[in-house]
Design a protein around this ligand. Structure first.
Ligand code: NAD
Ligand code: ZN
Length: 375
C-alpha cells in the first residue's frame, strides 16, 4: 500500500513539473565583413547533385548591382528577384513554390534568402512549403509543420528584425497576419556580413533598427522574462544604445547593429514581444503599414506602458532627425478601427507577456482605439 502511495506521489510530482520549451537555434553562422564571398564554398558541400539547383531569392533593390555578380551561380542555379515593397503573403509563397516546381524536375538543393526581414521570411516559408503539402496559409500558427524544410540559408542585408535567428516566418494570409512558428522554420545557415547593409537609407535603417530596440524593451519589461531572455535582451539593448546614441564610426555601427538584431531575436525566443507589436499588427493588416515603421508609429504613444523606453526612443529619433508620418489613422471609419482592434486583441500571448494574465482589465477596445486615433 505504502509503495503504491509513494509511486502516486512521485507521479504527481512529475505531472506538476514545468515542461520547458526546447528551442532550435541556427546551427551554423558566419560573421564578418565581406564574408558573403564564402557562400560558394558553404553551398558546395550542400549540393544534392548537379540537377538540384540552389534558388536565390533576392531583394529586387539589388537588381543590376554588384552584389548579384557575387552570387556563386553554378549548374542550373536560379536567381529570383522579389520586391520588398509589400510584406510577404501566403499567396506569394505558394506562387513561388509553384514556379520552382514547374521549372525544375528535381527538388532544389536549397533556398538562399538575401535581403531584409521580408526576403528572409519568404525564403523560410518557401523552404518549408517545398517539402510540405497544401498551401502555406494552413501552416500559420504554432507547430503545424511536420516535415523538415529544405536546406535554407539566410543572408540579411539590413539589421533589426531578428528574422535571421527566429523560428517564425510572418505571413499575411487570407484571414490573418500570423507566423509559421515551427522548429523547421529556423535557418540551417546564416551569413552575417555587415557590409551588405551599406546601401540602406537612413530612414529605413532607423525603422528596422528600432524593431530591434522595441524587441528589447518589450522583452525586458515583459512578464515572461527569464534569465535566458534577459541576457540576450540586455546585450542587444546595450548595442542599440551604442549604435543610436553613441558616436561610432560607420563600420562599427553596422557590425554592432547586426549583432544587436541577432541578440534581440534570441531574447524574444523564450519571451514575447508586447504592446507595440500587437498594435502594429493591426496597422499592418488594415493599412499595409510595414513592420518597422508601424512599430515606431505605435511605440511613440506608449509612455504609459514603457515610460523610459519611449523617452529614449524619442531621443534617438531626434538625434537622427527622423520625422515619423502623421495622421495615418485620420480618415478611418469606426469599422476600420474595429478591424485593427480585433487583430491586435487576438495577439493574446503578446498582451499576456506585456501585462500579465489579467491584461483584459486594462486593455479594452476603447483603450486601443484611443491609441490608434493618436497615430
Ligand atoms: P524589409 O525586408 O521589408 O526591407 C525594407 C526596405 O529596405 C525595402 O525597401 C528593401 O528593399 C530595403 N533594403 C533592404 N536591404 C537593403 C540594402 N542593403 N540596401 C538598400 N535597401 C535595402 O525590411 P525589414 O524591416 O528587415 O523586414 C520587415 C519584415 O520582417 C516584415 O515582413 C516583418 O513581418 C518581418 N519580421 C519578421 C520577423 C521574424 O522573426 N521572422 C521578425 C520581425 C519582422
Ligand atoms: Zn518586430
Amino acid at each position: 500500500m505504502d509503495v503504491k502511495n509513494d509511486i502516486r506521489a512521485e507521479k504527481a510530482k512529475t505531472i506538476k513539473k514545468e515542461v520547458y520549451r526546447n528551442f532550435p537555434m541556427v546551427p551554423r553562422v558566419v560573421f564578418g565583413r565581406d564574408s558573403f564571398d564564402q557562400l560558394g564554398d558553404i553551398l558546395m558541400t550542400k549540393r544534392a547533385h548537379s540537377d538540384a539547383p540552389f534558388i536565390f531569392l533576392v531583394d529586387d533593390v539589388f537588381e543590376g548591382e554588384n552584389l548579384v555578380e557575387r552570387i556563386p551561380l553554378i549548374f542550373n542555379d536560379q536567381i529570383i528577384f522579389v520586391s520588398a515593397d509589400e510584406e510577404p503573403k501566403t499567396t506569394q509563397v505558394d506562387a513561388l513554390v509553384k514556379q520552382i516546381q514547374n521549372t525544375f524536375t528535381e527538388l532544389p538543393s536549397g533556398i538562399v534568402g538575401i535581403g531584409g526581414g521580408t526576403l528572409l521570411d519568404l525564403a523560410k516559408a518557401v523552404a518549408i512549403m517545398l517539402t510540405n503539402k497544401g498551401g502555406s496559409a494552413s501552416y500559420q500558427g504554432w507547430d503545424l509543420v511536420h516535415k523538415a524544410a529544405l536546406y535554407h540559408v539566410g543572408i540579411p542585408t539590413i539589421s533589426g528584425t531578428g528574422a535571421e535567428v527566429s523560428r517564425t516566418t510572418v505571413l499575411l494570409g487570407p484571414k490573418k497576419k500570423l507566423g509559421i512558428n515551427s522548429d523547421f522554420t529556423t535557418f540551417d545557415q546564416v551569413i552575417l556580413d555587415p557590409n551588405l547593409t551599406k546601401g540602406v537609407s537612413k530612414e529605413q535603417w532607423f525603422y528596422t533598427g528600432m524593431d530591434c530596440y522595441i524587441h528589447c524593451i518589450e522583452s525586458l519589461n515583459g512578464t515572461y522574462l527569464n534569465a535566458f531572455s534577459q541576457s540576450y535582451g540586455e546585450k542587444a539593448l546595450a548595442l542599440c544604445n551604442e549604435v543610436f546614441m553613441g558616436d561610432l564610426v560607420e563600420e562599427e555601427s553596422r557590425d554592432k547593429l547586426m549583432m544587436a538584431s541577432w541578440h534581440g531575436g534570441m531574447s524574444i525566443a523564450y519571451s514575447q514581444v508586447g504592446v507595440a507589436h500587437a498594435l502594429s499588427y493591426g496597422l499592418g493588416y488594415l493599412l499595409g503599414v510595414k513592420h518597422g515603421i508601424g512599430n515606431c508609429l505605435v511605440f511613440q504613444h506608449l509612455e504609459e506602458f514603457y515610460g523610459e523606453g519611449v523617452a529614449l526612443f524619442n531621443k534617438m529619433r531626434q538625434k537622427h532627425q527622423i520625422e515619423l508620418p502623421k495622421a495615418i489613422c485620420k480618415n478611418l471609419t469606426e469599422d476600420d478601427f474595429d478591424t485593427m482592434v480585433c487583430v491586435a486583441m487576438k495577439m493574446e500571448p503578446l498582451w499576456e507577456n506585456a501585462l500579465g494574465k489579467n491584461w483584459r482589465e486594462t486593455i479594452t477596445p476603447e483603450k486601443l482605439k484611443s491609441i490608434y486615433r493618436k497615430i
